[in-house]
Design a protein. Structure first.
Length: 181
């Protein structure tokens, strides 16, 4: 941060031009002053990156312009919510849903036939191919495919899910919804 006196003198000479450029971008004198100040801070912090003999004016104007557009992009992502009305409308799913879903899955999975649990564990959880699962179970590949299909359908019925994996009304479920117990 120990800039040469000539560098500092040139910075001071360029202040009116920087401020005019900042005003043309910001259309607000307070924001323009903040832009100029941020530009000077960045320039002094990175003085070693400036190559003597090059155009200091262009370097400073580039810093100012880039900083302005960075702030503009940042402002687009922010939502002003002084009274908290927007924040009050935000909702987050309860964290316990994953635990409840896992418990529902365990109950439903335990209700499957042993051969269905076996093929779902091999193909679904262990990542075995149908051929590998058939070899492990000592049966034909087609048998594994049909067992997996029947097991998945039964599991979906037990969990209260339709063919697309969407919940179906509670009265159509084969096991009770643990959340309503």
């Amino acid at each position: 941060m120990n800039a040469a006196p000539a560098f500092k003198a040139e910075l001071i000479e360029l202040l009116p031009s920087l401020r005019a450029f900042a005003r043309s971008l910001a259309h607000n004198s307070a924001q323009a002053d903040d832009l100029v100040q941020d530009t000077l801070v960045k320039a002094l912090a990175n003085v070693e990156r400036f190559e003597p003999g090059t155009n200091l004016r262009a370097w400073l104007f580039t810093i100012l312009r880039n900083h302005y557009y960075s702030q503009l992009r940042k402002l687009k992502r922010e939502v002003e919510d002084a009274d908290g009305k927007f924040a009050a409308r935000l909702a987050v799913r309860p964290e316990q849903d994953g635990t409840v879903d896992l418990e529902d899955f365990k109950v439903a999975f335990s209700q499957l036939a042993p051969d269905h649990r076996e093929v779902l564990t091999l193909v679904g959880a262990s990542g075995c191919s149908y051929e590998e699962a058939a070899q492990i179970c000592g049966c034909a590949v087609g048998t594994i495919k049909s067992r997996v299909n029947r097991a998945r359908r039964k599991l979906a019925d037990l969990l209260g899910l339709d063919e697309e994996g969407q919940p179906i009304p509670t009265e159509g479920r084969l096991i009770e919804d643990s959340a309503s117990v």
